[in-house]
Design a protein around this ligand. Structure first.
Ligand SMILES: Nc1ncnc2c1ncn2[C@@H]1O[C@H](COP(=O)(O)OP(=O)(O)OP(=O)(O)O)[C@@H](O)[C@H]1O
Ligand SMILES: [Mg+2]
Length: 409
């Protein structure tokens, strides 16, 4: 299969030398059993590369599983990966197979490997060196034949110097390194990617694709894209959904780029301590954008309803019916809805005076965040990985927030 065919098959867009080089290494290494370490910033496409390697390998008919080491609590990661025996810890009511057992013959993708606890790293090293592992609470050595592809957006070598990552494991994993380039290091791919996403979203939302003029293209190319392809995709979606005019010029585009809006946004309390890390900061900022866009949509819908009824007061019953139906959408949520069905928007035309009843709505950022998290979990049927991607936060952050807000979805 030539490179272009592989790109088409996996939906990879781009033709920069750095991307082609990374793809070349992935193709060449696929058919060996060597461990691969994929490095690159968040959102560059590391997971896509791991799938390419598996699908082009002799293991392609065997299982592939992606495990996010950053999202599994430290106390359960050994059991998830290597299994456990009944009674080996409180709550271990049955014995359980781990991924290294169930995926035997296939490939495991260990994402965010830098977050793996040191004890688990030692167990992983044994798998890589001898193909052996022991279930938690057992003394029986078991054999497995699993190919490991690991990924990190951190500098693992630096982690080894700090004692956070085993040096022997680092060199064992790093037999073949693949560096997926950041978007800002392959600027020529940016317009291609935007075009592709604009066409995809136009199809999804049944509207003409948005088009950038030359100046807007320049703005797009020169934006640093800290969230890489994932961020570009999000922005393309926001523009596709929210822009009435499909011809986008530079000032319009700038409104969608976080840096320009940033100063107008409130600051979350947790960000005011100087230690907040930049990635989480950006991710939380993305949540706020989503939140504002949702609110903007709500306000526009309400405005439209209000003016419709002003124009045609006899339609009030129909409008009210529609309003209550719309509010009913929230009823399934275990979290109190943003607008309670008992507080519908009622346009009161008594005495010919039209009044707009106050809508009691929580404006707390934390409430909104909780609500978005619940929505995302519902949308993705409880799949935390997909929900966290949709929310633009890491699975670990999502996990932390579920605990913090006491969400049991
Ligand atoms: N070259 C590309 N062409 C088209 N889409 C891409 C490309 N690279 C990545 N994507 C898309 O960008 C999104 C992010 O990719 P992916 O999840 O693989 O990133 P990642 O590097 O694993 O990020 P993280 O470190 O946050 O886990 C996905 O929707 C993926 O399909
Ligand atoms: Mg990933």
């Amino acid at each position: 299969m030539d490179h272009q065919a592989i790109k088409n098959r996996f939906g990879i867009i781009g033709s920069s030398a750095a991307l082609n080089y990374a793809l070349n290494v992935a193709i060449q290494v696929a058919n060996t059993d060597l461990s691969v370490l994929i490095n690159g910033e968040s959102g560059v496409g590391k997971e896509v590369f791991s799938q390419i390697i598996h699908v082009l390998s002799a293991r392609k008919h065997n299982p592939f599983i992606a495990v996010n080491c950053g999202a599994i609590p430290e106390g359960t990661i050994d059991s998830e990966l290597f299994g456990h025996e009944k009674g080996s810890f409180t709550g271990a009511v049955d014995s359980r197979k781990g991924y290294f057992e169930t995926v035997n013959g296939g490939t495991i993708f260990l994402d965010e490997i830098g977050e793996m606890p040191l004890g688990t790293q030692a167990r992983l090293l044994r798998v890589l060196e001898a193909g052996e592992y022991i279930r938690v609470g057992s003394s029986k050595v078991q054999k497995t034949d699993v190919r490991v592809i690991a990924a990190s957006n951190k500098d693992l070598l630096e982690f080894t110097q700090k004692g956070r990552f085993r040096e022997d494991l680092y060199y064992r994993l790093n037999t073949v390194p693949i560096r997926v380039p950041a978007l800002r290091d392959r600027k020529e791919d940016i317009p291609l990617l935007f075009r592709k996403f604009a066409v995809d979203f136009a199809e999804r939302y049944k509207s003409p694709p948005v088009q950038l003029d030359e100046e807007a293209k320049n703005v797009l190319i020169n934006y640093p894209w800290p969230g890489n392809v994932r961020e570009l995709k999000n922005i393309a979606e926001q523009i596709s959904v929210l822009s009435q005019d499909k011809h986008i010029n530079a000032p319009v585009l700038r409104q969608f780029l976080p840096e320009n809006n940033f100063s107008r946004l409130p600051v979350l309390a947790s960000q005011t301590n100087g230690g907040a890390n930049q990635k989480e900061f950006n991710n939380e900022r993305e949540i706020l954008y989503k939140l504002f866009f949702d609110m903007k949509k709500d306000v526009n819908e309400l405005k439209k309803m209000f003016f419709d009824v002003m124009r045609n007061p006899s339609a009030i019953n129909a409008e009210r019916y529609h309003t209550e139906n719309m509010l009913g959408e929230y009823q399934g949520d275990s979290h109190p809805p943003m607008r309670q069905p008992s507080q519908p928007v009622i346009l009161n035309t008594t005495n010919g005076i039209q009044q707009h009843e106050e809508i009691e709505e929580s404006l707390s950022i934390m409430d909104k965040e909780k609500e978005l998290i619940i929505k995302a979990l519902k949308k993705h049927r409880g799949k935390r990985k997909d929900a966290s991607m949709d929310l633009g936060i890491s699975e670990r952050t999502l996990y932390r927030k579920l605990k913090e807000y006491d969400i049991n979805e």
